[in-house]
Design a protein around this ligand. Sequence first.
Ligand SMILES: [Zn+2]
Length: 522
Amino acid sequence: MLHRSSFVLALLVASCAPRPPSSVAAIDPAAIARHVEILAADAYGGRAPGTPGEDQTVAYIVTAMDRAGLRPGNGASWFQEVPLVEVQPSVAAVLTVEGRGGAAALEWGEDIVIGNSRAVDGAHIDRSDMVFAGYGLTVAEAGWDDFAGLDLAGKTVVMLGGVPHALKEAATAASSAAKIAAAASRGAAAAIILLPSAVTDEQWDAQVAAARRRDLRLDGASDGPVIEARLRFEAGERLFAASGHDLATLTAAAGRTGFRPMALGSRASVRLDGLIRRFASKNVIGLLPGARRADEYVLFLAHWDHLGRCAPDGPDPICNGAVDNASGIGGLLELARAFAAGERPERSILFLATTAEESGLIGGQYFVDHPVVPLAQIAGGLGNDTIAAGTAADVVVLGQGLSPQMDSLIASAARAQKRRVVVDAAFDGFFMRSDHYPFARAGVPVLIATSIFAPGSKAATEAYFAQAYHKPADEFVPELSFDAAAADIDLAYRVGLRLANSRAWPAWKPGSEYAVARARER
Ligand SMILES: [Zn+2]
């Protein structure tokens, strides 16, 4: 499951945790547990893309899919190659500024964090002209344009973080990432965000720690500037002083209507020497051909990747990701086994194990951008992420209310299991945090139906998210219960079977944000 630093577990209504119904027998919790015990072992190194742990993980998944009776899902291949680039941060870099007021040297980690947005070997700027673009905002309704009349080609643009008071009501896209993208689209070679003075030491340390991590992204995808940086407020005062300007004066000007961006008259230089490595990672795709309408599909997915050696200096350096998401892969493989062992459904079933979910849903997005079967031929599906975190009998649907047909399929499957579907909008934010989301955005109704956010799982999930999530503590231990996970996979089986034996084409509700044009004339 994708990390959100601002994530706060919502408060749930307390309740006792009833056991999942014993009538659910199709999926064996112990079988899921066996997959997890293997995939979350230290030998798999935390399943980081581009490491030996990836080779072991995808080989394990292929073997299990093959044994279950699936066929390769991408023509003759089990794999879809996903081109990734790994960027090691240039932690020794120093950004220098020379201007009328003298010179300033801004050190990585102390004053500034600098990213190599385009993953260019030897990325650098050399005496690049600096400009100040206020808050870096363009708000047409308010007649506000911090880039008005500026030629940013090859330049280093400095922008203030946040939103000025004058724009508090009008501004919407005020994230640093959006500002950096706006500068890049105007040709800037480097974009520097000056963080507000309110940023605490703790927040700065967290920013530095995040920037120290190995960064994975889709190769060739970045349209950012060559260099992007976030600058501490105190260091910003030095940058402006070296440029011959007073930060407080310029900040005040930038907050007033009619502010015009300006050249600072100074020049910035920095060279990044971090290691860039390009490699192909793999989505794994298995197929169970349908008996009657093999060119129509039901999709199940789960991400196989996790964070690898996430704490290299700690006593336990490996984030094993037992729950996130060895449990989802274990569930996917048992789902494959159950479908292949039963009577062949009319439609085909596609089983997708994605890579690089933890780095921003990359594998799922790549499949959507390069589908191995037409997306319009996928009737719908379910994702499996972090499924062993809960203990509840009830089910919460991420995406509930967005597709009436999917809702009703899930509701009737839950009824057959004697489980309750609990509606809880508190977890709607999670809808964007797993690999089903790129499918949802492309108009394919893929949701998550899970016990982990049901009230009965409250104690277990709160403990998990506080103590183990994205930490070395997310390990396989014999006490880990897979009962609720197995019930969720059983529900996925029932939903999938019903959809695969139907002629239904679930859709997102007209007017909902995912109801994008999906060319399907039937
Ligand atoms: Zn995760």
